[in-house]
Ligand binder design. Structure first.
Ligand code: NDP
Length: 480
């Protein structure tokens, strides 16, 4: 089987231990290549390479850094189809989604920060003619970036692009469940002429590689995207070391649907918001609150469309719902469907695993599942499932829906559907959520702050927020 390699000091190398983990194609349920089972020793090598590269990279002009990154962005574009195929096989997502959405977005992430850094400026605070304060924003040094399996290259590049653009050197760990596109990306870094050691990618398990990055005393900032529990573990280690921390964590996002919405558009977009990427996007809406006067009509139209979603081979053009990323996650989702039944929920559609005919008959597929009849405080409605499972519930008043929508420990994203914009703004203001979409979902402008409230995270990514995170502010006060 092909071996994925670590990317350290500009070279593709084996892990020190020479040990590997099986990397499974979830659509067929079989290992198809091997991922390094790296450990703290490999992280140390990566750190040393990054620390050695830092003086030159950080002092390069922003224009020169930008040029290298733009070459990298161009290479992603040229290799879009190959990267998309690798992402689809590795993660289980439909190929068309990777081709048209996620790999182009990875390209945009690099392109966006490569150009943003050329416009990044810092503040000056003159004190009349007594003194002048100016703020220097300098790169931090060697930073750690840890990303999850659901949008592998997209989320990986979303972190490393601002880190590199700001002049830091990076030790990064993609998820061991989906290492393939980060590996292909490391080859593109070599082709683009990224100086050695500027980016280092260490593959392996979270508790071995991820925790070694977090615990490394000289890696002084950590940008993490993943589950809330892992985020808490990371914070426990990093906080007493006074590291800068950016945590993008889980969600349990509500879709609030008022009777005066644009009905057809809301049904269609709610289906998309629920089941894109098998529901494995932290921004997917998994709790639908529907105003009672349209509940029956909405339910009927929504279920009809959900039943029409084709589940199966991610490589086929008409597949809408691909494979669940791993067997463990597949079993976790099925466990939540059982829990929903125990809690008194009624499965309106789906609720079972599927075995598509042909090459994917042993893959991990679950029918898009819609459940009703559950109270908003039960576990099914409070805990993140992160799969193709949603609940629907009626509501009567704005106050009631706000109470239900805000009732979880999470606060990442929500959608509000109404043609009454006054009401939409009022509800948006009262949602305890880092992102509110009104009459749309997943419409992204990379300049906007991205992140969650409550247990959905700490800090914001995107635009200047990300560049601020990856730099240290220093005020210089000059007496005039
Ligand atoms: P995990 O928290 O399990 O893992 C995320 C990353 O952290 C992986 O690379 C993982 O490695 C690594 N990791 C695991 N344990 C540790 C540790 N102790 N120290 C350091 N690193 C560690 O999340 P998932 O990969 O399961 O991703 C799904 C979660 O991510 C969901 O909760 C989802 O909501 C959230 N997410 C949040 C987003 C946001 O922007 N807020 C966006 C996308 C996803 P390994 O894979 O080897 O375990």
């Amino acid at each position: 089987m092909e071996k994925i390699l670590n990317y350290i000091n500009g070279e593709l190398i084996e892990p020190i231990s020479k040990q590997y983990l099986e990397n499974v194609d979830p659509s067929i349920g079989l290992a198809y290549n091997l991922c390094p089972d790296s450990d703290a020793g490999d992280v140390e090598l990566a750190y040393e390479a990054a620390a050695a590269a830092f003086p030159v990279w950080s002092e390069m002009s922003t224009g020169e850094r930008s040029k290298v990154m733009l070459r990298l962005a161009a290479l992603i574009e040229i290799n879009n189809d190959a990267l998309a195929l690798a992402e689809s096989v590795d993660q289980g997502k439909p190929l068309w989604l990777a081709k048209n959405g996620e790999i182009p977005r990875a390209q945009s992430n690099i392109h966006f920060f490569a150009t943003a850094i050329e416009h990044y400026a810092s503040e000056a605070h003159p004190m009349g003619n007594h003194a002048l304060n100016y703020t220097l924003r300098t790169p931090i040094g060697v930073v750690g970036c840890i990303s999850p399996w659901n949008l592998p290259l997209y989320l990986f590049t979303w972190k490393i692009a601002p880190a590199l653009a700001a002049g830091n050197c990076v030790v990064a760990k993609p998820s061991e469940i989906t290492p393939m596109t980060a590996y292909l990306f490391s080859k593109l870094c070599i082709e683009a002429g990224l100086p050695k050691g500027v980016l280092n990618i260490v593959h392996g398990l979270g508790p071995k590689v991820g925790s070694a990055i977090v615990a490394h005393e000289k890696i002084t900032a950590i940008s993490f995207t993943g589950g809330t529990k892992t985020g808490a573990d990371i914070a426990r280690v990093a906080a007493p070391m006074f590291k800068k921390l950016s945590l993008e964590l889980g969600g349990k996002n509500p879709n609030i649907i008022f009777a005066d919405c644009d009905f057809e558009k809301t049904v269609k977009e709610s289906v998309r918001a629920s089941f894109t990427n098998q529901g494995e996007i932290c921004l997917c809406g998994s709790r639908l609150y529907i105003e009672r006067s349209i509940y029956a009509k909405f339910k009927e139209a929504y279920i009809a469309q959900v039943k029409g979603l084709k589940v199966g081979d991610p490589l086929l053009d008409d597949t809408k719902v691909g494979a669940i990323a791993s067997k463990m996650h597949f079993e976790k989702i099925l466990g939540y469907i059982e829990l929903a039944k125990e809690e008194g929920g009624t499965i309106l559609t789906g609720g079972v695993a599927v075995n598509p005919a042909g090459r994917c008959s042993n893959g991990y597929f679950i029918e898009p599942t819609v459940i009703e009849g559950l109270g908003h405080l039960c576990r099914t409605n409070q805990e993140e499932i992160f799969g193709p499972v949603v609940t629907i519930q009626p509501f009567d008043t704005e106050e009631e829906v706000l109470e239900m929508a805000n009732s979880t420990a999470y606060g990442l994203a929500c959608t509000v559907w109404t043609e009454n914009l006054t009401k939409a703004h009022r509800v948006a203001a009262k949602m305890k959520s880092g992102i509110v979409w009104i009459n749309c979902w997943l419409l992204r402008d990379l300049r906007t702050p991205f992140g969650g409230m409550k247990q959905s995270g700490v800090g914001r990514e995107g635009g200047w927020e990300a560049l601020r995170f990856f730099t240290e502010a220093k005020n210089v006060c000059v007496k005039l």
